[in-house]
Design a protein around this ligand. Sequence first.
Ligand code: ADP
Ligand code: MG
Length: 282
Amino acid sequence: MKAEKGLTKERVIHQKKSISRGRVNINDVTISFGSGANKNIAVETTTLDIPPGEFVCILGPSGCGKSTLLNSVAGYIKPASGQVLLDEKEVTQPGPDRGMVFQQHSLFPWKTVHENIAFGPKIAGHSQKECDSIANTFLSMIGLQGMAGKLPGELSGGMQQRVGIARALANYPSVLLMDEPFGALDAQTRLIMQESLLNIWSEFGTTVLFITHDVDEAIFLADRILIMSAGPGSIIADLNVELPRPRHSDIATSEEFVDLKRKCLSHIRKESLKAFECSTNH
Ligand code: ADP
Ligand code: MG
């Protein structure tokens, strides 16, 4: 009887704290580091409208400004000019409405899996009972109920990243910001994680900005792919991914997938050639 009551309460809290889907607007944003002769423009006059609930992948080579752009949405970096808006409100600092997942080091190593997930709700002022309930909801969403009492160091890399996602979602963010979250995983675990993320997203449905330098990963996950080029960073292509959902890894051999991959690679190649020609002309 007790267990039944607990379960009901979990569901109630999950419904009450209903899922929100934020709209992200990036308006004429330029971001630079340093000044004078050492000034480095990392992102140049970029404008984007990301509608609520869209899964967007930002694809580009190392150093092109992907993390910088994401960090401006997170509120860690202030643009030199232009504005970042979340649901029409200017972003000026980090906040629980934006959940972050990094490549690694996103968990507290001294806290258990359960405590890591319950941390955000606790800071937000929820009672211990509510925190436990929220943590249990997300533990079951990521399929790691059996690992609640473990420390992150006792889990595999893939499991740690699933806990990182659950921890970010436990704040019920309106945008999930993911910076190459599967970059440190082996190829096989990575595929499983991509499917697992899509399953979680199909249930949670928040807006996602996902950074990657892997073309296949971007096509598999996204509704829309933004390709960024370096020097200074800007969006050079904005492509819709019309592949049906739910997606499974065998979709990578479909004609639509291969066509889109060709398109992405051709944009990337054109930019790399430009950069190559620039460097050999100097
Ligand atoms: P990416 O995530 O695409 O690999 P970054 O956004 O990390 O690229 O970096 C874009 C550019 O901005 C690079 O030239 C990088 O050296 C520079 N940069 C990033 N962060 C800083 C910082 N905190 N201080 C100075 N330069 C930075
Ligand atoms: Mg980066």
